[in-house]
Structure formats: structure tokens, C-alpha cells
Design a protein around this ligand. Sequence first.
Ligand SMILES: Cc1cc2nc3c(=O)[nH]c(=O)nc-3n(C[C@H](O)[C@H](O)[C@H](O)COP(=O)(O)O)c2cc1C
Length: 215
Amino acid sequence: MTEDLKHSRRDFAKGTLLEDQVPPDPYKLLEEWYQAAVGSGEVDANAMSLSTLDEDGYPVSRIVLMRGLSIEGITFYTNYLSAKGRQLDSNPKAQVQFLWKALERQVRVRGRVERISSAESDQYFASRPRDSQLGAWASPQSQFLASREELEQRLQEQSSRFSGEASIPRPPHWGGFRLVPLDFEFWQGRPNRLHDRLKAFSKDSGTWSWRRLAP
Ligand SMILES: Cc1cc2nc3c(=O)[nH]c(=O)nc-3n(C[C@H](O)[C@H](O)[C@H](O)COP(=O)(O)O)c2cc1C
């Protein structure tokens, strides 16, 4: 089994990433690559690994879903009292990373993280299915639970609590964060491990400079 790991390899040849293929603004390229990933049939193309640092300086990564992408940054939603929420409160810096296997592409984005406005979180929360809304009230994300039954019991309680209500308000501990990019790195697999890597660095003027990295 572990021998297989040593011999499992394939070439990458689905595309190229050359300097004359990138728009001046890296958001545009991320948008383009995300749309291409959706078009390629990638499941959960908006899934990204979010890395933060814990209080001892150890990195912690987990998948979250990108729910917004604009010139302002990349938005995701979570429980503000979760491990990631607390880590981002004390150290508001993070990296997100996408892997789009069908297109042999990887993107990393680093930056500072801020909470989005309550109004924006309210609007998104209101658009979620009722069961997800109840789940946000029921789950003390990242805390220890005694059992599966405890979680289901909590859901029951919230379900009864809101049974007569047409709409469920957003829990104060649930909402969005926005990663405001500092730099982007785009990676396109190429034959013979000579991959293309282009990095965009933000400049003071709100413009970006692009540099090629060795693979
Ligand atoms: C495909 C996928 C999508 C996920 N999307 C989210 C999300 O958007 N927000 C979220 O809080 N957790 C999401 N999760 C769960 C997180 O990976 C993680 O388990 C949870 O947020 C707790 O992380 P923490 O304890 O490090 O805070 C997702 C997991 C997977 C596998």
C-alpha cells in the first residue's frame, strides 16, 4: 500500500499560465479560474482550505465555502465562537487555498481578515434553508459534545423554540468574514514538473505586480 504512494505519479498537461494570459487584477483571474472549475464539473468548486494560527502558533486548516468574491475580497461564513473564529479574532491573518484537480490548478491567497457587516451577514443568513439556520443556533461549533444525541437534542430545542416563527433571526455568534488579499499565487500544472507559478503582490496604489516563481 505505502509502496504505491512512491510510484503513483502522472504528468500535468491541461493548460499553461503565461504572463500574457493574466489580467492586471488577480481577482479577475481567480474569478475566471473558479468559473472554469465549475464548468469542468468540479464538485464544490468553491471549497477552499482556510489556514489560521492557534494561540501556540501552530497552523490549523479546514475547508470552508467561498460565498463571495469581489474586488473587496473573499467572503465565507462560520461561527464566530468556533476555533477559527477565535483564532481570527486574535490573529486576523489567514491563507485560503483552492485545488481544482480536473484543471490541474491551485490558487493560494493570503491576507488580513475582517468581519463583514451585520447587515451583510443577516442578508446571507436569511437566504439559507431553515434547517441550516436551525443548525447554526444548535451547534456550538468546535466545542466538545458528550454524544451525537446531545447535538440532536440541541437541534430539537431550537426547532421547538422557533416553531411558530416564520423567519429565524441570525444568531449573534454566526456571520461572515472577508479575507482582504495581500498576495495571490496561481499554479498551473505543466509536463515534467516544470509547472507555471505566477504570484501577484499588492502595491500601495491598489495595483498589482506579477512575478514568476520557480516550480
Ligand atoms: C466541503 C466542506 C465545506 C465546509 N464549509 C464550511 C463553511 O462554509 N463554514 C464553516 O464554518 N465550516 C465549513 N465546513 C466545516 C469546517 O471544515 C470545519 O470542520 C468547521 O468549520 C470547524 O472548524 P474549526 O473548529 O477549525 O473552527 C466545511 C467542511 C467541508 C468538508
